[in-house]
Design a protein around this ligand. Structure first.
Ligand code: FMN
Length: 191
């Protein structure tokens, strides 16, 4: 797909077909992620590719947390559909957990998070290019302790994001841009 179309066609997919994703395609997507720029060329990202029963364990655990948040707050963004998505990662056959190297130093931590976010963006765009859906998620971090336990993530790693991966069953409408004409978001100096 042409690059600018690709950027605009990517959507956060929350419902997936029960259709196998080739390991070759997953590797292509992760290779694109691995080509992201990184501070000091540290390439601090790592990926855990999850399928099968473990997705169910992650979903059950995340669902319990989402339900707790729902009951304790007036959070209106969480409806039944949201809980269903949390519980099954939208029925995706694959979930990818994106990690970075943890650091106590705020500037190193920031650099690692930014570098790994660049890898994450490459990942979601590469998936889109192969006709696959993703949904960049930080919500599962509400359940970080359980997620770490289920996946055996050591304390020297920080979880950056989680995404389901699969063939979209429902593709949402594009979300309108807050400043489509870039009148407020851009300040041109010296032009
Ligand atoms: C850092 C980050 C965290 C996000 N976390 C979640 C999440 O936990 N759950 C979710 O359903 N979507 C999540 N999203 C997806 C956004 O809701 C989505 O990108 C936004 O609504 C725009 O829709 P689009 O991605 O289809 O353009 C997240 C996106 C980003 C970049």
């Amino acid at each position: 797909m042409e690059f600018f179309d690709l950027v605009k066609n990517r959507r956060s997919v929350r419902k997936y077909k029960d259709q196998h994703v080739n390991k070759e395609d997953i590797l292509k997507i992760l290779d694109a992620a691995n080509w992201a720029p990184s501070a000091m060329n540290w390439q601090p990202w790592e990926f855990i590719v999850v399928s099968g029963e473990l997705i169910k364990s992650m979903g059950d655990s995340f669902k319990a947390v989402v339900e707790k948040i729902m009951h304790e707050s007036e959070e209106t963004a969480f409806d039944e559909k949201f809980v269903d998505f949390a519980a099954r990662y939208g029925g995706a056959p694959v979930v990818i957990v994106v990690l970075t190297r943890a650091s106590e130093k705020p500037n190193v931590r920031k650099a690692n998070l930014e570098s790994t976010s660049a890898a994450m963006e490459n990942l979601v765009l590469a998936a889109t290019n192969l006709g696959l859906g993703t949904c960049w998620m930080t919500g599962p971090l509400h359940d970080e302790n359980n997620l770490r336990r289920i996946l055996g993530i050591s304390p020297d790693k920080e979880i950056v994001a989680v995404t389901p991966l699969g063939y979209p069953d429902e593709v949402p409408e594009p979300r309108p841009r807050l400043d489509a004409e870039l009148k407020q978001k851009v300040r041109w100096l010296g032009y």
